[in-house]
Design a binder for this molecule. Structure first.
Ligand code: PGA
Length: 254
C-alpha cells in the first residue's frame, strides 16, 4: 500500500492554550488509513503535545536540533533531549533556518548525524530561492544541498523523508505547479541513486512543501512522484489541516 505523510510545521506560532485547542480538534477524528500524520510544534510544546498524542497514531516532530551532542551551548536542544521526550521526527535544513540563522549544509549534515544516532527520523528540507530558479540553477542548488546533507551517512541505511520546498512558494500562496514539483522529485531520486553511498529508499518519502492546502494536495499526490506534504500556514487551523489529511486519505481510497 502507498504511504502518504502529512507533516504540519507550526513554526513560531501558537500559545499554550492554542496548542491544546488545536490538538483536541485534530484528535476528534481518526486518521485515514495509510496516512502518516504529524506535527512539529515549538520546542516548548513538545512535552505537552506528546502527552496529548500518546494514545493516537500522530507523530511528533521537532523543528530543529543542535548539531552538538551536549554541553555549554546556551539555548540549544540536543537530539538526546528530543529522544527522551518522545519525539520521533525532526525537521532539518528548513529554508528559514538556512536563510535567517545562516545554517549551512555542513550544519545540516551534523544535525542529521546526531538524529541518526538517537534513532530520530530526520525530515530533510531542500529547495531553491526564486532568484536561483530564475537563473536556471534550481537543480544545481538542490543537488548541492542533498550532497552536503547526506555526506558521511553509513552505507545502506534507510533514507528518511526529503521535503522539496521551493523557497518562493513558502508562505506566499504562490504554490509551485505540480508538474514542476514532480520534475524536481524525479531529479532528487536520480541524484540520490547516483551518489557513491547506496541507500535503502523504501522509507524515503518525497514531500512537497509550499502553500499546500486542502484544495491542492491531491494535484501534487496525483503526479505519482510526491508522497506527501510539509504544511506550514494551513497546519495552524484544525479545519484547514484536517482538510489536507482528509483529501490525502480520499486520494488513497480511490
Ligand atoms: P507554507 O509553509 O505551507 O506556509 O507555505 C511550508 C513550510 O515552510 O514548511
Amino acid at each position: 500500500m502507498k504511504k502518504i505523510m502529512i507533516m504540519g510545521n507550526w513554526k513560531m506560532n501558537l500559545l499554550a492554550h492554542d496548542v491544546e485547542v488545536l490538538l483536541n480538534a485534530l484528535l476528534k477524528n481518526n486518521l485515514p488509513k495509510g496516512i502518516r500524520a504529524g506535527i512539529a510544534p515549538s520546542y516548548l510544546w513538545l512535552a505537552k503535545a506528546r502527552e496529548m498524542l500518546k494514545n493516537s497514531a500522530w507523530n511528533l516532530a521537532a523543528q530543529n536540533v543542535s548539531e552538538h551532542e551536549k554541553g555549554a551551548f546556551t539555548g540549544e536542544v540536543s537530539a538526546s533531549m528530543l529522544k527522551s521526550i518522545g519525539c520521533n521526527y525532526c525537521l532539518v535544513g528548513h529554508s528559514e533556518r538556512r536563510q535567517f540563522f545562516a545554517e549551512t549544509d555542513e550544519n545540516v549534515a551534523d544535525k542529521i548525524q546526531r538524529l541518526y544516532h538517537e534513532g530520530i527520523v530526520p525530515i530533510l528540507c531542500v529547495g531553491e530561492t526564486e532568484q536561483e530558479r530564475l537563473e536556471g540553477r534550481a537543480e544545481e542548488v538542490v543537488a548541492n544541498q542533498l550532497k552536503g546533507a547526506l555526506a558521511g551517512l553509513p552505507q545502506g541505511i534507510s533514507l528518511f523523508p526529503i521535503a522539496y520546498e521551493p523557497v518562493w512558494a513558502i508562505g506566499t500562496g504562490k504554490h509551485c505547479d505540480p508538474q514542476t514539483a514532480s520534475q524536481m522529485m524525479v531529479f532528487i531520486k536520480k541524484e540520490i541513486s547516483a551518489m557513491s553511498q547506496s541507500f535503502d529508499l523504501e522509507d524515503c518519502l518525497l514531500l512537497y512543501g509550499g502553500s499546500v492546502k486542502g484544495d491542492n494536495i491531491v494535484s501534487y499526490l496525483s503526479t505519482g512522484q510526491i508522497d506527501g506534504a510539509l504544511v506550514g500556514g494551513a497546519s495552524l487551523k484544525g479545519p484547514d489541516f484536517w482538510a489536507i489529511i482528509e483529501a490525502a486519505g480520499g486520494y488513497l481510497d480511490e
